[in-house]
Design a protein. Structure first.
Length: 513
């Protein structure tokens, strides 16, 4: 860009929010259809995360309408793509003074710890609100109430995109029963409901499978209501926050940890900043890297950093990362979730924890067969309990399923089958920032394949048993029909000299032969 007065290029410094808004397509805000889907997804996921942090069974209501939320007037008829979205949850609420920063500022959040959560970058919800404001020029309305408080705070907010700061334009309070708590976010946005409807509804369907302990309700602009009542009251235990594992960090992270540490020696830095490094492992590690155990971490130079990073990758004595930071669904919950689809058989398996590039992960798989399922294979993919709906053909699970030899298990391609694959990890290997499909990492592929094969073996047994039982029943039915046919024929024949009782007893003998 050239300045107006001369030919010196003008230097422009973009704010974080301005940068993200310009590049919003990388986070999925590509067009009005996909933006609507991503907005609902981001807000719903924030609500689920929020409820799970306080171990409350989520009850979430999502209302999408083309009417004004407060007056119910059809204010947006001039532009049918302007919609109003409200997401209300029973989470912990947000402290009034934190609302603007958490929801009005990019890259600000409470989920930057080393544990599994749906949100990761402090970005999704804030970007969804910013998208809404830029496309409709309307302010955002947030109503939030904390546990044990007797009032809701209601804030109206605008976002200053150039400065990446929120501006509060109105603030009030209203009384609330002490037992209620949670957050409701309401704002307008441009979205293409007709083109995104199918996908948004499957997003709700699939979310309800993965969080069967939640009660979800989605009200559409067409006046339809999709209600997903809770089918289980067992919530998986919340993941624990852990220290990072040495294999999963990069130079920048290491530098940051050195800046933040209060320790004075490398030995204590290693034992207190990482998981799975005790005193003995740390001593051996420092001998191998030829670093002085007594050196103050703040005196590390670039060469020391690089040497440490190399050794983090190759040192053989670190134990595998702990899986305590993960929150898998477990087999019982997966079965409850799949039962929402009403199949005849459900088989679910959870694999043991494994590790890729220093990040712990757990694979869970499930297969539903028959019942209300339609014929042919379908796949439900989840990562950290988020349904993945786009780019299925590129996902590792899809490749595995396409290559399965179903015949080996007595099954066919056109059998009514639904496959479910869930990966949970402190770092899911997404291929893109849009978080839509999982990369083909060797160890991940192996875990998914083994899990599915295990389920298929069990399912094969069940289906074989069922076929056997059906065949037996059919044979018996045929025989019964045959006997009654003979009986009727004989009865109607007055000339018959054989007593019916005698005939039946002889047929019984034949049947048992
Ligand atoms: N419904 C909610 N209830 C409580 N806190 C919330 C809610 N929605 C968002 N937050 C807070 O706002 C932060 C920013 O949200 P977001 O921009 O979506 O980023 P992320 O979810 O990646 O952290 C979250 O980390 C969380 O602390
Ligand atoms: Mg989020």
């Amino acid at each position: 860009m050239l300045s107006a007065t001369g030919n010196t290029p003008e230097i422009v410094e973009l704010s974080v929010s301005s940068w993200f808004y310009r590049n919003r397509a990388i986070a999925g805000f590509e067009n009005p259809a996909r933006s609507l889907y991503v907005s609902i997804r981001e807000l719903l996921e924030n609500s689920l995360d929020a409820c799970e942090t306080i171990n409350v069974l989520p009850g979430i209501r999502v209302v999408l309408t083309n009417k004004d939320e407060t007056t119910s007037e059809d204010l947006f008829s001039a532009d049918p793509q302007v919609l109003n979205l409200t997401v209300r949850d029973n989470g912990p609420g947000i402290q009034k003074e934190n609302v603007p920063r958490l929801l009005g500022k990019m890259l600000t959040g409470t989920k930057f710890q080393y544990k599994q959560s749906r949100g990761t970058f402090g970005l999704g919800g804030s970007l969804a609100l910013l998208y809404g404001q830029v496309t409709t020029q309307q302010p955002i309305r947030i109503k939030t109430g904390l546990i044990d408080s007797d009032y809701y705070t209601i804030l109206q907010m605008r976002l200053d995109i150039e400065k990446n700061t929120p501006i509060i334009i109105d603030e009030s309070q209203t009384p609330k029963p002490i037992s209620e708590h949670g957050t409701s976010i309401s704002y307008s946005l441009k979205g293409d409901w007709l083109r995104s409807k199918k996908r948004i509804i499957s997003y709700f369907d699939q979310t309800s499978v993965m969080v069967p302990y939640s009660s979800l309700r989605f009200e559409t602009p067409d006046g339809e209501v999709f209600a997903y009542p809770r089918v289980s009251v067992n919530m998986p235990p919340a993941p624990k926050e852990m220290l990072p594992h040495p294999r999963g960090i990069d130079v920048e992270m290491l530098k940051q940890m050195v800046v933040e540490t209060k320790t004075r020696t490398l030995l204590s830095f290693l034992t207190s900043s990482f998981q799975q490094i005790g005193k003995k492992t740390a001593t051996d590690f420092l001998i191998e890297t030829q670093l002085d155990a007594k050196k103050n971490p703040s005196n590390l130079n670039l060469d020391d950093f690089l040497r440490m990073m190399d050794a983090f990758e190759t040192f053989p004595k670190f134990r595998a990362p702990s899986a305590d930071s993960l929150a898998p669904a477990d087999e019982e919950l997966l079965t409850a979730g799949l039962s929402r689809l009403n199949p005849e058989f459900i088989v679910a398996r959870q694999r043991d924890p494994n590790v890729y590039s220093g990040h712990p992960f757990i694979i869970e798989v499930g297969i539903g067969y028959g019942g209300a399922l339609s014929s042919g294979l379908s796949l439900l993919r989840f990562a950290n309990r988020i349904p993945l709906l786009y780019d299925e053909s590129s996902d590792v699970s899809n490749r595995i399923i396409r290559n399965l030899n179903l015949k080996k298990y007595g099954l066919k391609q056109d059998d009514p089958l639904v496959f479910l694959v869930h990966m949970c990890s402190t770092k899911v290997p997404y291929k893109t920032v849009g978080k839509e499909y999982i990369a083909d990492v060797d160890v991940v592929r192996k875990e998914i394949s083994l899990g599915l094969m295990d389920c298929l073996r069990r399912l094969g047994e069940l289906v074989r048993k069922k076929h056997k039982a059906t065949r037996k029943m059919r044979r018996e039915n045929r025989l019964t029909n045959y006997y009654s046919f003979i009986a009727n024929t004989l009865e109607s024949s007055s000339k018959s000299s054989v007593s019916l009782a005698k005939l039946f007893s002889s047929l019984e003998v034949n049947k048992n032969e």
